[in-house]
Design a protein around this ligand. Structure first.
Ligand SMILES: [Zn+2]
Ligand SMILES: [Zn+2]
Length: 250
């Protein structure tokens, strides 16, 4: 379960004006390392700074998950973690010990992980996911998530409808090409099948039949879709590694 937590920073050195910026930088690094969600506040007290954050579970702020940047930036602080309570507005994350498949699926308005466990259908916090390419942080995956959500937002607002709809639903759009590249790289790193959630061409109530197609065959290879073997998605093309959600077809 997601938790509300406090990270208490006790400086080992004299106060300097750039200390709040340093702490803000540490929190940004924890976000890019998949240890906290985006959005935090920092309280200043006499001898300490207290950051209020949302983290994925009791374990996720353990320093053993720090990357080299976080280790370096926190060397002038003693850090204490206090888990305050469950975050009642958040869903639970995956606690499976092994995953037989993964799904890369960007949800609208969600800042948590876009990597889904194919077995339980819940998200896998990024601190449990290997970094891609030669990166030391989850730069590519988080950047892709933000870009995808920006295009989804424009589509939902009916702005530049033809462009945004194509970017989201056409497997060959530039946006989906970028996502599929991340999917391939993730599959190399985790050595298990990684599927890419391709949203179906839904279009609201306008010319309903024409704009709400039910996909039965893979838009890329033309083969019949099969049932997805797991949770979260309903159908899949195993060869092309696409996953689809039925509920979006109607
Ligand atoms: Zn799971
Ligand atoms: Zn296919």
């Amino acid at each position: 379960m997601y938790k509300v937590a406090k990270i208490i920073f006790k400086p080992r050195i004299a106060y300097s004006e750039d200390m709040p910026d340093t702490i803000d930088g540490v929190l940004a690094m924890l976000y890019k390392n998949g240890q906290i969600s985006e959005g935090w506040s920092i309280e200043k007290h006499d001898q300490t700074y207290v950051a209020n954050v949302v983290t994925t579970d009791d374990e996720s702020l353990n320093p053993k998950y720090y990357n080299q940047y976080i280790v370096k930036e926190t060397e002038n602080f003693d850090i204490e973690i206090k888990i305050v309570c469950d975050d009642t507005m958040a869903s639970d994350s995956c606690h499976c010990l092994k995953h037989s498949s993964y799904i890369l699926a960007v949800e609208p308005y969600m800042s948590s992980s876009p990597v889904i466990c194919g077995d339980c259908g819940k998200e896998i916090p990024l601190y449990k996911v290997p970094c891609l390419y030669e990166e030391k942080e989850h730069y590519s995956i988080l950047n892709f998530q933000k870009t995808y959500q920006a295009v989804l937002d424009l589509w939902f607002d009916s702005l530049s409808d033809r462009f945004t709809k194509r970017q989201i639903t056409d497997f060959d759009s530039r946006l989906n090409q970028r996502g599929l590249d991340i999917r391939s790289e993730l599959e190399l790193k985790v050595d298990k099948p990684v599927y890419y959630l391709l949203r179906n061409p839904i279009g609201g109530w306008f010319e309903f039949e024409k704009n709400n197609k039910s996909l039965k065959i893979c838009p890329k290879c033309g083969k019949e879709l099969t049932q997805f073997d797991g949770c979260y998605a309903d159908k899949a093309c195993v060869d092309c590694r696409f996953a689809f959600i039925n509920g979006e077809e109607k």
